[in-house]
Design a protein around this ligand. Sequence first.
Ligand code: URA
Length: 435
Amino acid sequence: MNMVTLIQKKKDGQELSREEIQWIIDGYVAGEIPDYQVSALLMAIYFQGLSKEETVELTQAMRYSGDTIDLSPINGIKVDKHSTGGVGDKTTLVVAPLASACGVPIAKMSGRGLGFTGGTVDKMESIPGFRTALEPSEFLNQVNEIGMAVIGQTAHITPADKKLYALRDVTATVDNFGLIASSIMSKKLAAGSDAIVLDVKVGDGAFMENPEDAVTLASLMVEIGNSAGRRTVAAITEMGQPLGKAVGNSLEVIEAIETLKGRGPADITELALKLSGIMVYLGGKAASPEEGMEKTRAALEDGSGLTQLRRFIGAQGGNPAVVDDYSLFPQHTVEKELRAESSGYVSRIEARCIGLASQHTGAGRATKEDAVDLSAGVYVHKKVGDAVEAGDMLATFYGNDEGKVEAAVREASKAFVIGSQPVEAPKLIKEIIGL
Ligand code: URA
């Protein structure tokens, strides 16, 4: 095969075969096909698109480009959950203990945050002592013993996606349905769970800014998952404003704990119950998603979800006392506030702006190599639909560097739009695909 011919073929709008896609991925990972040729191919894909068959083949080629995880030593139907990323999204920290408390084994790999979005691994590392790198045998044993484990992605999973994603990032070819779907699903399939629940975010704080695009992406990922023999369901959920009120690593863990204590914000509680209910159903522990949700609601109300979080933190070397004493988390030394200049109703909170503000406090990273301040972040006091009086607190900003926290306040001051008319809070769960 010849790369120039294959670029030409895609440029002319023809479909690439399974063998051709496999040859490209193998050659790229082996360093035999240079970045400049793959860049040209990506741009041809960007303009011509990938068919469903090509997307499935690309997913499979990337899935097997490195190690895959064998979860068969874990008893039961393993269910994974994945969010396409957003601002204030601490759902995993609530959903995993709830589903696990209902008997669904959770063996999950999570990522770190980049840019204006956060990542579960950074959040968990704000718990003193918590280890996100476990040996494979430790990981499997922990799930068998206590029902859940969450670790950082290992270096050897889907190397093709790592290389391709880095190249897409610098060639303006990230935003293509087939490329996004194959990137996400190759990692999910390599991670080995039997069923997958996808949380596809839509809105200004998400990859997909309009609902039609989110549905297209979600449907494609559901098809890829099901065609690989993994039962896959996707929820399309709101990310026009931050999820919950806390944005930043330890702040979000505290909010997740509060949610498991039954005192969390309404949106994160609703989303966590819905997603974990679907997981309990897919995990064979309920006859319907509705019954699954009744079970996870009971696990929230009787405290078994919180107990599960405590056990999980302890099993991974963290101090479980953080659940009852938030002063054990890393502490900030700088605190600033943003107050409303006029009275009315909050009609918009731009999630992306709040995510960027959180990044400015030190909670997020601009490049993969940056360190994060685990105590830093933003707490949003008002949400869309809330009434405000001039002078009311809109948000508080935390960190350890005056200049950074001030930059965050400046960024976030653009995020709040206050109107004179009452506004309804946006619908959180817009659609479920694949149930
Ligand atoms: N997340 C991924 O893992 N890959 C993409 O292409 C986009 C979002």
